[in-house]
Design a protein around this ligand. Structure first.
Ligand SMILES: O=C(CO)[C@H](O)[C@H](O)COP(=O)(O)O
Ligand SMILES: [Fe+2]
Length: 229
């Protein structure tokens, strides 16, 4: 995984057909997705349950690019090796998930993955100030985690603060929740480069009719890249 600051669109399979993840991942990649975002929820850290490492391992052979795993679980540490075995490229833990995020990030890198830290909307940028040399990605939640299809919460001031904090380090800023062609330019302008989108990518399409996925991805990317022209 090489670092670059171009806009990357990461469809969240939370909005895909749960009975057909492999084909859904292949379809969005064929339609231009850069990364695949995989939401792991435990019914404890967030009020919803999705799936765990076994499902990630089953999905992995269907992804040629980056598998970006967003853990909404607590605790995190007992499961890090299982997600490494499952083939996660990026493993992101929430700063709110426990008292020892520093140890967690060390363990993620130690297991050979890129380390991400996520912040809930109520958590300030300062919560991750001491972690800048330990992370490869900061995920700014623009919804309260747990469900797809929620309304975007404006976190542009936090994104700008994180961009300043990161400086010239090779650290991605990922935005997760309510990203669509209207909100993408706001977050791209503030300094984000990885845009997660679930409902805004998968709406209107299916594995049998994947062209809408491509149109949705192109529209989000064009809106985000438009802020630089
Ligand atoms: O982490 C998440 C929710 O906790 C999802 O990645 C996110 O909500 C994406 O879905 P949408 O684009 O529909 O908001
Ligand atoms: Fe997510």
């Amino acid at each position: 995984m090489t670092f670059d600051r171009s806009i990357k669109i990461a469809p969240s399979i939370l909005a895909a057909d749960f009975a057909n993840f492999g084909a859904e991942c292949a379809a969005v990649e064929a339609q231009g997705a850069d990364w695949i975002h995989v939401d792991v929820m435990d019914g404890h850290f967030v009020p919803n349950i999705t799936f765990g490492p076994a499902t990630c391992a089953a999905i992995r052979p269907h992804i040629t690019g980056v598998m970006d795993v967003h853990l909404m679980i607590a605790p995190v540490d007992p499961y890090i090796d299982a997600f490494a075995q499952a083939g996660a490229d990026v493993l992101t833990a929430h700063v709110e998930a426990g008292p020892h995020i520093h140890r967690t990030l060390q363990a993620i890198r130690g297991a050979g993955m890129k380390a991400g830290v996520a912040l809930n909307p109520g958590t300030p940028a300062s919560a991750v100030a001491e972690l800048m040399d330990m992370v490869d990605l900061v995920c700014v939640m623009t919804v309260n985690p747990g469900f797809g299809g929620q309304k975007f919460i404006d976190m542009t001031a936090k994104i700008s603060a994180l961009r300043d904090m990161i400086g010239d380090r090779p650290v991605h800023i990922e935005i997760d929740g309510g990203v669509d062609p209207t909100t993408a330019p706001l977050v791209a302008k503030a300094g984000a480069d990885v845009l997660v989108a679930g409902s805004a990518v998968f709406r209107g399409g299916s594995v049998q009719n994947p062209d809408p996925y491509g149109e949705n991805i192109r529209n989000i990317r064009a809106a985000a890249e438009g802020v630089w022209t």
